[in-house]
Design a protein around this ligand. Structure first.
Ligand SMILES: Cc1ncc(COP(=O)(O)O)c(C=O)c1O
Length: 383
């Protein structure tokens, strides 16, 4: 179907929540995407940190197709191995406790919010300015952005907001009525803003002193994105609960709420549930993602490639270059126009997170040569 026909159908039949670019992608391979005319694009967004192994990675395709041919769905009233094995692997690799699977990042945060309220009934949840935790009502209530929240009031009560760079405000906000502190160690949607080590340590200490939970949302910055398996490793501050999604499924919709051993049994039978979550197909995909990211030297290569990307952006004279590993951003005075021109003129897929920030989240399997290629195309966005 021609692009114009798709656009006409979209206008008539899709709720207009997304502003799409005028490109139809029909195929992907590694870091490459292809439109319906066979034009090749370099994908430096990976579906916003979802396609962690690149498009159609052979090990992922094999795991998913093998599973889909054998068993697609049984639900959570019975046993099926891929999800239980995935839970064990995720817990062993991170906080050592238990896992609740979800279908998205917002739902992983809904689970974490319910877990916090189960831990301390009627407790407040302290969140950080600029944070993004999802669009469902609980996750939205944890997302202190006026434009996103205001049309949907009244929100879920009990969320308190502190400044992104204000550890003292965070300490002051946490007391014996606090159920949890919820934050992204590196804020993604607001434009790649790593929280300082001081901020993360203040959150840990305040939560400990108050008996509150520390919850890290690693939906965007987890799964090897920063060159460590989890972003929290970079500053050495461990949360009690961590939420995941995006790159976990390598392209399939899966999220997870992971606990430390002390909090694995806070939610009890009947407290929470989901029809689809933890199904065999998505978990087979996620197990394949973990297999590849866990290969010796893989995370070191993410760190090295992140350095090549960052130093290349600086060499181009771009301003405000920041981030960790392959989660990088730079400032641009008209980021939406630059992102559009990079897509349509340079065939480079990037994303504008607001008016002045371009965000780069390539697949973790990107090659050094592809980074050089992207830098050349990015040169056209340089001032
Ligand atoms: C840090 C973070 N948390 C939660 C979400 C929500 O995830 P989802 O869109 O899968 O609900 C996102 C999505 O961008 C995110 O970046």
């Amino acid at each position: 179907m021609a692009l114009e026909d798709l656009q006409a159908l979209e206008r008539d039949h899709l709720v207009p929540t997304y502003a799409r670019h005028p490109v139809e992608f029909v195929r992907g391979e590694g870091t490459r995407l292809f439109d319906e005319q066979g034009n090749e694009y370099l994908d430096f967004l990976a579906g916003i940190s979802v396609v962690q192994l690149g498009h159609s990675h052979p090990a992922w395709v094999e795991a998913v197709t093998d599973q889909v041919a054998r068993l697609a769905h049984v639900g959570n009233l019975y046993y099926s191995e891929p999800g239980i094995r995935l839970a064990q692997r995720l817990a062993d690799l991170s906080l050592g406790g238990k896992v609740f699977f979800t279908n998205s990042g917002a739902e992983a945060n809904e689970c974490a919010i319910k877990l916090a309220r189960r831990h301390r009934a009627h407790g407040d949840i302290v969140v950080v300015e600029g944070g993004f935790h999802g669009r469902t009502m609980g996750a939205l209530s944890a997302t202190p952005q006026e434009a996103k929240q205001a049309p949907f009031a009244p929100l879920v009560p009990g969320f308190k907001v502190v400044g992104r760079g204000d550890p003292q405000a965070l300490r002051d906000a946490v007391d014996e009525r606090t159920a949890a502190v919820l934050l992204e160690p590196i804020q993604g949607e607001s434009g790649i803003h790593p929280l300082s080590g001081e901020m993360l340590r203040a959150a840990r200490e305040a939560a400990d002193a108050a008996g509150a939970l520390l919850i890290f949302d690693e939906v965007q910055c987890g799964m090897g994105r920063t060159g460590a398996m989890w972003a929290f490793e970079q500053e050495g501050v461990r949360p009690d609960v961590m939420t995941l999604a995006k790159g976990l499924g390598g392209g399939l919709p899966i999220g997870a709420c992971v606990t430390s051993p002390d909090y694995g049994d806070v939610l009890q039978p009947g407290d929470h549930g989901s029809t689809f979550a933890g199904g065999p197909i998505v978990c087979a995909g996620a197990n394949a993602v973990l297999d590849v990211i866990g290969e010796p030297g893989f995370l070191a290569s993410v760190r090295a490639k992140g350095e090549v990307l960052r130093s290349g952006l600086e060499r181009l004279g771009l301003e405000g270059v920041r981030g960790q590993g392959l989660m990088v951003a730079f400032r641009h005075e008209d980021a939406p126009a630059a992102a559009r021109s990079l897509l349509l003129d340079q065939r480079l897929v990037v994303n504008a997170t607001g008016p002045d920030t371009i965000r780069l989240l390539p697949p973790l399997t990107v090659s050094a040569a592809e980074i050089e290629d992207a830098l050349e195309r990015l040169g056209s966005a340089a001032p």
